[in-house]
Every structure is written in structure tokens, then in C-alpha cells.
Design a protein around this ligand. Structure first.
Ligand code: LMR
Length: 394
């Protein structure tokens, strides 16, 4: 049987991790996979997470199964974190998943069950794994314009024109904040226009929110998701705790199905639990439990928020430093977009050949589409990157 297997395309982001490891140069700079690193290059365990783990170790007296949708307390805490008071709790079904990717996968499967002919509109570009999972599931996808290669901002007119071609029952996949891979985001008025198109077309929004707290702040980053959820009859939300709690390997995420009709919740909840059971049975609990402990304990929560804010500020500082270094070297403002982008990533907007040249000549690793993980930089490496960008002729 195994002889029939075909080699699958390597994941571009993860392949880069290996290539970086294999590079013997000690001057190399890793701007690849979306993992936060502090100024020393470490991806730290957050203080509140450590404290919660300690408490859990002391207090937990069983590792027996929780529920198919995870511990309901995790659902409550995450719904409040992501949605605030934008929609009534009674309208939201939710299930814990293995990471945000697990939530994305379960959302696609739910769409397939509910609307087998739905087309999924995806931003061009989007996180490559969105496309890969949709392809794997055999679902039809329709790219919508998103990134303006010229301005490195959002091609808003193109986006709206493309979204208007969605039909009732189609799904529009949106990034709640900190767009991956571009770093270019919609403003509040633009979100309003997107909502208008969703209401006109009857397309169902699916929001992937993986970087809440990395852009403009916890509430600010959730504002668009809240606005959409409050305005449309139905939506799906896939949220990740990997980045904002720094618990990448614990695989902690949640899928929410929001309906303006509270009577839909029971069936939605049962469907989410059913889908979990088919795919992996019970979701991982450790990370979800830590998140719940942190979000429901005033002191832990305050410490987590303070540390997350430091992380956010450090990325903003790096953005400012990089943009100003490039302004100095280029003698122009053509890299000013780097300070305007939000989240971990910025798409530099150059060719794969230039990206390869930056790797070969300078040991700078970014994804082939020129996505840079800003958190992979520090105050010392910013000038090195800026000089390499200019020397390479980007
Ligand atoms: C990324 O985009 O680098 C992260 O979301 C990590 C991943 O799984 O790709």
C-alpha cells in the first residue's frame, strides 16, 4: 500500500525552518516561521503561563477526559476574550481544538457538511495553510484581491469588487487582525464596507484570528471580529492561543459558531462536538486549562496582559526602527509601510529572486513571498537587515 504514496509538497514556512537550522553562518537571521522571539532570540514561556502551570501541577488531581468540546469554562473565557459583549453568549457555540489550525480545519469541515457547494473566498495572499487544507478537503476556493503590491497596503477597491461576486451560502475567509502574510489591515470604515457586502451577498464570514493582542491591543484587535459577529446572521470564528499566550506547542485554539438566532446554538454545539469526535475525539486540555486559569484570575490576567503589551510594543519598536533605518539608507519613504503594518508579519513586496539573494548573500531567511517575521529581529539585527535590503537592490 505504501508504495502508492506520492511525495507531498513541502510546507514553505516549515521548510525554511530546516534550511535556517542547516545554515552554518553565525550571522544568519531567521525571519521565517511566525514565532515571537525576544531580544535574545528566545521564545519565552510567559510569566502567567509558568505561574498557572505551577498552580495546575499542585492542584490538578485528575487527567480524565473533559468534554468533546473541551472544558466549557475555556469556551466561556475565550468567547469573552474574542467577542467581548458584542453578541449574546447564548448565541455562540464553541469547541476547543488543537491550535488555531485545528479550528480552521474544523470550520472548513463544518462548512462542507452544511453547504457542500460553498465556495470559500480567500484573500490573495493568505496563510498558505488555508489554501493547503482547502485543497486537501477538495473545497472550491476563490481568491479575492487583497494586497496592493504598489502601496503595500490593502487593495480595498479590488477586495470589495471581488467580494461582491460571492453568492448566498459562500464563505468569505477574513483575517480578524494582523493579516498573515502581509501585515496590511483594513481600517474600521473599510470593515463596515465589508460587512455591507456580506449582508448584500448573503455570504457567511469566517474569521481567523490568530494574533489578537499583537497589533493595536487586545480589544482593538478584536474590534473587527466583534463588529462582524454582531452584524451578520451567522459567522464562524477560528481563534488561536498559540501566539498571544506563547503556548505554540500546546496546540490551543477554539472554533466558534455564532448565530443571531439563539435557537440554533444547540445544534451548532452538537455539530462541533461531533466533528471533534470524528477527527481527534477530545481536544488537548493542558494549554486550554492554562488559558482559562489566566483569564479568570485577576492577578494572572493582569500579568499576562502586561507581558503581552510588552511583546506588542517591542514589535512596534522594531517596525519603527526598521522603517527609519531604511528611510535613512534609501533616502526616501518607500519603506514607510513597515511602520504602518501590524502584527508579526510584513510583506516586503519583492521578488522570490531577491528573497533568495538575501538568503544566499546575507543569510537572511524570509518566506519566498517576502514575508518577514518582524519579531525575529532585534535592535542589533535591524540595521543589518536594512543594509542588506538596500545592497540587494530591493
Ligand atoms: C506562520 O504563519 O508562520 C505561523 O502561523 C506558523 C505556521 O504554522 O505556519
Amino acid at each position: 500500500m505504501f508504495e502508492t504514496l506520492k511525495a507531498q509538497p513541502a510546507d514553505k514556512i516549515l521548510a525554511l525552518v530546516q534550511a535556517y537550522r542547516d545554515d552554518p553562518r553565525d550571522t544568519k537571521i531567521d525571519l521565517g516561521v511566525g514565532v515571537y522571539k525576544d531580544a535574545t532570540g528566545l521564545t519565552p514561556v510567559m510569566r502567567a503561563v509558568k505561574a498557572a502551570e505551577h498552580k495546575l501541577w499542585e492542584e490538578q488531581d485528575s487527567k480524565a477526559y473533559t468534554g468533546l468540546a473541551g472544558d466549557p469554562a475555556f469556551g466561556d473565557a475565550m468567547i469573552a476574550l474574542v467577542l467581548g459583549t458584542a453578541v449574546a453568549r447564548a448565541n455562540v457555540a464553541a469547541a476547543a481544538t488543537p491550535g488555531g489550525t485545528g479550528a480552521v480545519r474544523q470550520a472548513f469541515e463544518l462548512i462542507q457538511m452544511a453547504a457542500p457547494r460553498a465556495r470559500v473566498f480567500v484573500s490573495n495572499p493568505t496563510w498558505p495553510n488555508h489554501l493547503s487544507i482547502l485543497k486537501y478537503l477538495g473545497m472550491e476556493m476563490v481568491p479575492y484581491r487583497y494586497f496592493d503590491e504598489e502601496t503595500r497596503g490593502v487593495d480595498f477597491d479590488g477586495m470589495i469588487a471581488d467580494l461582491k461576486t460571492a453568492r448566498k451560502g459562500d464563505v468569505v475567509l477574513l483575517h480578524g487582525c494582523c493579516h498573515n502574510p502581509t501585515g496590511a489591515n483594513l481600517n474600521s470604515a473599510e470593515w463596515d464596507a465589508v460587512i455591507k457586502v456580506l449582508l448584500e451577498t448573503g455570504a457567511v464570514p469566517m474569521i481567523d484570528i490568530a494574533y489578537q493582542g499583537f497589533g493595536d491591543g487586545l480589544d482593538e484587535d478584536a474590534a473587527a471580529t466583534r463588529k462582524v459577529a454582531a452584524a451578520v446572521p451567522e459567522c464562524l470564528i477560528a481563534a488561536s492561543c498559540s501566539k498571544n499566550f506563547g503556548i505554540y506547542r500546546e496546540r490551543t485554539g477554539i472554533l466558534m459558531a455564532v448565530s443571531s438566532d439563539a435557537s440554533a446554538r444547540g445544534l451548532n454545539q452538537d455539530t462541533l462536538a461531533y466533528l471533534n469526535r470524528q477527527n481527534f475525539s477530545f481536544p488537548p486540555d493542558h494549554g486550554a486549562r492554562l488559558v482559562t486559569m489566566i483569564l479568570t484570575d485577576d492577578a494572572l490576567r493582569a500579568d499576562w496582559q502586561a507581558e503581552l503589551e510588552d511583546v506588542r510594543q517591542s514589535m512596534l519598536g522594531l517596525r519603527e526602527q526598521l522603517a527609519s533605518e531604511l528611510r535613512r539608507l534609501a533616502g526616501s519613504d518607500r519603506f514607510a509601510f513597515l511602520a504602518q503594518h501590524r502584527g508579526m508579519f510584513s510583506r516586503l513586496g519583492t521578488t522570490p529572486e531577491m528573497v533568495e539573494k538575501l538568503r544566499a548573500d546575507h543569510g537572511i531567511y524570509m518566506v519566498g513571498d517576502s514575508r518577514m517575521n518582524i519579531a525575529g529581529l532585534n535592535a542589533q539585527t535591524v540595521p543589518i537587515l536594512a543594509k542588506a535590503i538596500i545592497d540587494t537592490g530591493v
